[in-house]
Design a protein around this ligand. Structure first.
Ligand SMILES: *Cc1c(COP(=O)(O)O)cnc(C)c1O
Length: 499
């Protein structure tokens, strides 16, 4: 057997730091978080208490350096295939203006999903040709601003198309338009979507509009084709692109000046260190739901699965927190996949068409964490502890059932007003909304060194969606502040969105 010293010798100081940071809290079946060095440093250092004191709990801490790295990796892949390519950052995934500024500096674009998002991006002086609006609902005011500013509008339906045409006519301007498409054939079935025109109906529709005596399309510059698929399937996106290539040819043949193909977002990312942990978690969760293992979740919550007469139904309603092929590598494989006489990259290059994408979550990988203060510990009669934390569940949530990443616990440095709990307790993190279901994580957590009032709970890697997508102000709680950490100057400053 190896001695502890021998083992320690081969462990680098940063690895030691990371394992120390992780040692205070883990799931009863662990899901160990991937940690960026800057996040580990914050958790290991002494700066957090003063920041939470100053800005309140919970607090979102953000860093734009990983964003730059993630965006650059996408451009590098496209450049290696000699493609005309642009990234449009889907800013609905995080509201901070620091990322808009960073996108502008990098020269990449921004995808906006509301009037307010667009107004802010325009105010930040992002050039209009680097902005697209994909809002699900577009008011007349939003359409007008798109047209006047020169922002490309991703058109979802015929009403939107006609309204844009009328407004552009009134304004005597040409609207930059991309047609959003859906209904792609994939492995023998049609992919359903609430968004976009059906791929089979678009050509006759545009032909009709083009041939009308008044030519409704004369004020539209139909320069792009757009799609955004639900989920993270690589093969579905390959199918969609393959079906759009001939469509682009056909539209061009009919004098529509298609310049770009926008493949939307949904680029996968990975939050966890270990594939084995991820598989073990779900195997154990299934056994727990069948009554073959003690529950891993609050009141044996199914996380999308349910046991019906001894068999499991449903599917996990959670982000795939562990994924193998992600981000730029995943994107590179799409470009390399077979198409016509070569690869998809070849097909795009020979057509002289620009490829665009709109990742949100995956380019925010590593860009932030959420920290909140422990206010109470309570032992329940069933032996589970409830750890009361100053935040609510909308401050670390997406539409997914749960946050399947082990939070971190940072022990308080000063004396706590009351003693720590015993070591080795387990239980659940509960939040500030006054409902029985207000859990910050449904997973049962283990605290090997106990919990004290004033300890901090850190939710790692929350910049993509978790911070802002569902945050609400119920009970009149203020929204969490967003503080940007500048690694170069070592300074922290409130993001302009909170001004
Ligand atoms: C949400 C959204 C995106 C971003 O999706 P991610 O999963 O965050 O990459 C891109 N485009 C459109 C149209 C969207 O609605």
């Amino acid at each position: 057997m190896k001695s502890a010293e021998q083992a320690a010798e081969r462990t680098s100081p940063s690895e030691l730091k990371t394992s120390a940071v992780r040692s205070y809290c883990r799931g009863t079946v662990p899901l160990t978080a991937k940690l960026e060095p800057w996040i580990t440093n914050f958790c290991h250092g002494t700066a957090l208490p003063a920041l939470v004191q100053k800005y309140g709990s919970p607090l979102n801490l953000l860093n734009t350096e990983p964003f730059q790295r993630n965006v650059t990796a996408l451009y590098d892949i496209a450049q290696s295939r000699d493609l005309d390519f642009d990234v449009y950052f889907a800013r609905k995934a995080n509201k901070c203006l620091a990322f808009v500024e960073t996108a502008k500096t990098l020269g990449c674009g921004v995808d906006t999903a509301s009037l307010e998002e667009l107004q802010q991006v325009l105010q930040s002086q992002v050039p209009a040709e680097k902005i697209i609006c994909t809002a699900a609902i577009k008011s007349e005011e939003l359409l007008r601003l798109c047209i006047v500013s020169g922002t490309t509008i991703a058109i979802d339906n015929l009403d939107e198309l006609m309204q844009t045409a009328i407004l552009a006519g009134e304004l005597n301007q040409r609207a930059a338009v991309a047609i959003r498409l859906s209904g792609f054939q994939h492995q023998g079935t049609k992919l359903p979507s609430r968004f976009g025109f059906d791929i089979e109906e678009i050509v006759p529709l545009l032909q009709d509009l083009q041939s009308e005596s008044c030519n409704s399309l004369q004020h539209l510059n139909l320069s792009g084709i757009h799609f955004h698929l639900d989920g993270y399937s690589q093969v579905q996106r390959i199918s969609a692109i393959q079906q759009l290539l001939p469509l682009i040819d056909e539209l061009r043949a009919r004098e529509f000046p298609i310049r770009f193909l926008d493949i939307g977002g949904g680029f996968p990312m990975c939050y966890l260190e270990s594939k084995t942990e991820w598989e073990t978690f779900w195997q154990t969760q299934r056994r727990a739901l069948l009554g073959e293992h003690i529950p891993l979740t609050y009141r044996n919550h199914g996380l999308g699965l349910a046991s019906v007469e001894g068999t499991l139904t449903g599917k996990p309603n959670c982000y795939p927190y562990y994924q193998n092929l992600v981000q730029a590598d995943w994107f590179g494989e799409i470009l390399s996949s077979a198409s016509e006489a070569g690869t998809i990259a070849d097909s795009l290059r020979t057509r002289n068409i620009q490829l665009r994408c709109e990742p949100g979550r995956s380019i925010l990988d590593g860009c932030g964490f959420t920290v909140a203060r422990v206010e109470f510990r309570k032992l329940q009669t069933n032996g589970d502890w409830l750890i009361g934390v100053s935040m609510n569940r909308t401050q670390c949530r997406t539409s997914s059932d749960d946050f399947l990443i082990d939070p971190l616990l940072i022990p308080i440095l000063e004396r706590s007003p009351l003693p720590r709990t015993p070591a080795g307790i387990s239980g659940y993190l509960v939040g500030a909304y006054c409902t029985e279901s207000e859990l910050l994580s449904l997973r049962k957590l283990l605290f090997p060194h106990g919990v004290a009032i004033g300890d901090f709970i850190v939710f790692p890697n929350t910049a993509g969606y978790f911070m802002h997508f569902l945050e609400s102000r119920s009970h009149q709680f203020p929204l969490a502040r967003n503080v940007i950490f500048d690694a170069e100057t070592n300074q922290c400053e409130c993001d302009a969105i909170d001004a």
